[in-house]
Design a protein around this ligand. Structure first.
Ligand code: ADE
Length: 231
């Protein structure tokens, strides 16, 4: 078992980097990878950078250069499910691109044209269940299992959040998960995405993001850490 762990930003990986025993560091395509051990597991930790292109590139590098067998994503997101508050957690059941729009040619919102199979990429059910039990063990925060939607936009608009609820039944919105999910699925690598809410993607999102990213990153880290322990 070789577990890839990705975060998009420093805040999202720094705790894990501090806890793990790093034996090697590598750089490919400007992305840094930290190889080592954590919770007695072989880990490759990396910061992919923000957005779907960075996320896709990094995921493929983890597969090609490190031959990972499992993939976990840790980070923050904007809440879409109305039961979620700042600091609460989403465990992905699937992930989809909310900004992929070829509706003019008759495709559904979020549907990848001429693509074999579903554009809603399913997380591995065993990893999801592992995450749910790890959450019960490690946090008293509210946990939602659900669809994560991703796009190359920071969402700070309550009307758009409403459309993400209606069109995608999304639990939360962020900028990398669906890209990681698609690349993992195309390479048949089991994955799950863990996100803690830094904001509610509404008019207050920018201020809340700045204020709560540290707290939310810590919540996500705690859950991913417990998942690793139980794997
Ligand atoms: N990551 C954290 N909050 C977000 C938001 N509101 N939109 C997109 N990505 C996010």
């Amino acid at each position: 078992m070789k577990i890839g762990v990705i975060g998009a930003m420093n805040e999202e990986i720094e705790r894990m980097k501090a806890e793990m025993v790093v034996t090697n560091t590598y750089e490919f395509a400007t992305v840094e990878f930290y190889e080592g051990r954590l919770k007695e597991k072989e880990i490759i930790l990396c910061k992919c950078g923000v957005g779907k292109v960075n996320a896709a590139l990094t995921t493929q590098l983890l597969v090609d250069r490190f031959a990972i067998t499992h993939l976990l994503f840790t980070g923050v997101a904007g809440a879409v499910d109305e039961s979620l508050d700042v600091g609460d957690l989403v465990i992905s059941t699937s992930a989809m691109q909310h900004d992929l729009d070829v509706t003019a040619l008759g495709f559904k919102k979020g549907q990848i044209p001429y693509f074999e199979g579903s554009s809603d990429f399913l997380a591995n059910s065993e990893l999801v269940e592992l995450a749910v039990s790890a959450a019960k063990q490690s946090t008293s925060r509210h946990i939602v299992r659900g669809r994560i939607v991703s796009g190359d936009q920071f969402i700070a608009n309550a009307d758009y959040v409403q459309s993400l609820r209606e069109e995608f039944e999304a639990a939360c919105v962020e900028m990398e998960g669906a890209a990681v999910a698609q690349v993992a699925a195309m390479n048949k690598i089991p994955f799950v995405i863990i996100r803690s809410m830094s904001d509610k993607a509404n008019g207050k999102a920018s201020v809340n993001f700045a204020e709560f990213t540290q707290l939310a990153s810590e919540q996500s880290h705690l859950l991913v850490s417990t998942i690793l322990e139980n794997m």
